[in-house]
Ligand binder design. Structure first.
Ligand SMILES: *Cc1c(COP(=O)(O)O)cnc(C)c1O
Length: 472
């Protein structure tokens, strides 16, 4: 054994205690850490020849790289949809590395059974029936990709061809219909050989709504004249957290032949709020479902789950063929269900958080985030120069400038807020209007944090000044 490695093995307990103390200090300061990096990242250094040992590496990390890390795990980072890590989830994540199980199959371990228990809990949490089978993946993009891969195989089944054997070219033209799909949907269509351009946008309800107009969807399906299609329904859009009417879309299945994929990346968590659970009515009727876990469940990156009613088709797509294994029957190992073969036991952090806090603890996080979004929304409406672009439907506030709402001015506003270190919001465009969005999904965020976000925003608007007067 290399002497440095040998020395590290001998002092493993001290090393772990040192890492624990370092982590404790980092987390104690997370609430006051600037939301975005205060210093530029250093230039890449040379490959170490001899190495400095684990303690030396920790010290170098602390000196060189840690100062450039963002406060994205903290309470006022409201960009994108960014969760944090609950204490129990973090414990599970640490132990994932300690036990280093390969979650791809049993392989002499009960780790895959723990993953199955966790999947059953998630299914129940989101109100899904037993017909849905799931697997862990790295994020909602991968979850959407897996769901659409199963949809692609289904299209083949409808046409009497096997896409997994013959390739996507064996399919005729593919029709994918959606109202306000996330950008990861077109990325998935590209990866799957369906093609980004096959996505056909369906008109929305109008006004500030991002939900699909179901009667227009029915018309679009009608035009296909019986040709099977894929419908991507959206349960929680990123700008205004709008929800397609899942029940009404599912009811169209009686008249039209389509696969229903629902992107419920963070919207699925509406099921945990009695006041909002109706938004995901009909989710169970989907053929495939995407839910992110590193957002509103507050487990560390990277984790998401995918569910489908047609695990048989999923196995055809992802079956890891080898000379001594036939097509799996019964309960397939996870390596036959997702793009990965070997992978970490991603379920452990989720298992810990659900075991520690249960449905009620996670419902409290969801309910609090929704209340805080509403609080910020009310505050924004009262700030001169700002206005809401849509009502606060769940956990996102979508706002813009009352005057001179150009992409440049909103970008400057977002930068000024981030540079204050106080809050992080991300720019977007809603129906042509440049805007900013503040998404609440971190378990740490409090009313005091929310008021600090509002103060930072109001200050930045005042400093931005009035819109330049247009030339007459
Ligand atoms: C975040 C998000 C995704 C992509 O999630 P990743 O975890 O970044 O892959 C997809 N769909 C929706 C609706 C999202 O909010």
């Amino acid at each position: 054994m290399h002497p440095t490695l040998r020395a590290d093995l001998d002092r493993l307990p001290e090393l772990l205690a040192s890492a624990r103390d370092f982590a404790t200090r980092a987390l104690a300061g997370i609430g006051e850490r600037p939301v975005s990096a205060a210093v530029p990242a250093p230039d890449p250094g040379p490959l170490p020849a001899a190495g400095v040992g684990a303690q030396g590496a920790l010290e170098r990390f602390a000196r060189q790289w840690e100062p450039g890390f963002s406060g994205s795990a903290g309470p006022r980072y409201l960009g994108f949809v960014t969760g944090g890590s609950t204490p129990a989830a973090l414990t599970g994540d640490w132990l994932t590395g300690v036990y280093d199980q390969n979650g791809s199959s049993g392989g002499g371990s009960g780790a895959d059974a723990l993953e199955r228990e966790t999947l059953g809990w998630l299914r129940e949490l989101f109100g899904l029936g037993e017909a849905h089978r799931g697997a862990f993946v790295s994020g909602a993009t991968m979850s959407n990709t897996v769901g659409l891969a199963v949809a692609r195989e289904w299209l083949g089944e409808r046409q009497g061809v096997s896409v997994s054997r013959e390739g996507a070219a064996a399919l005729g033209p593919v029709h994918v219909l959606s109202g306000s799909p996330h950008s990861s949907i077109t990325k998935a269509l590209s990866v799957l050989g369906i093609g980004r351009d096959r996505l056909r946008p369906v008109p929305l309800l109008g006004g500030d709504r991002e939900a699909v107009d179901v009667s227009r969807l029915a018309e679009a399906l009608d035009v296909l004249d019986g040709h099977p299609a894929v419908v991507v329904a959206n349960a929680g859009t990123v700008n205004t957290v709008d929800f397609d009417d899942l029940r009404a879309i599912a009811a169209l299945k009686e008249r039209y032949d389509f696969w229903l994929h629902v992107d419920a990346a963070f919207g699925a968590f509406a099921a945990l709020s009695p006041a909002h659970a109706a938004l995901v009515d009909g989710l169970d009727a989907a053929d495939s479902i995407c839910v992110d876990l590193h957002k509103w469940l507050n487990v560390p990156y990277d984790a998401a789950v995918q569910f489908t009613r047609r695990q048989d088709l999923q196995v055809r797509v992802f079956h890891n063929e080898s000379p001594y294994l036939g097509l799996p029957t019964g309960t397939p190992d996870f390596l036959h269900l997702t793009p990965e073969n070997s992978r970490r036991l991603r379920a452990l952090a989720t298992w810990f958080s659900l075991t520690a806090y249960g449905r009620e603890g996670h419902a409290e996080i969801v309910g609090r985030c929704v209340a805080l979004a509403r609080r910020l929304g009310e505050g924004v409406a009262a700030v001169p120069g700002l206005r809401l672009l849509a009502p606060v439907r769940l956990n996102v506030v979508c706002l813009t400038l009352t005057e001179g709402a150009t992409p440049e001015r909103l970008g400057a506003l977002a930068r000024a807020v981030a540079d204050s270190g106080e809050a992080f919001l991300t720019p977007t465009v809603l129906h042509g209007t440049p805007a900013l969005r503040a998404a609440f999904s971190n378990w740490r965020t409090t009313e005091t944090d929310t008021d600090r976000v509002l103060d930072a925003l109001a200050r930045a608007v005042r400093e931005l000044g009035p819109a330049p007067v247009a030339d007459a």
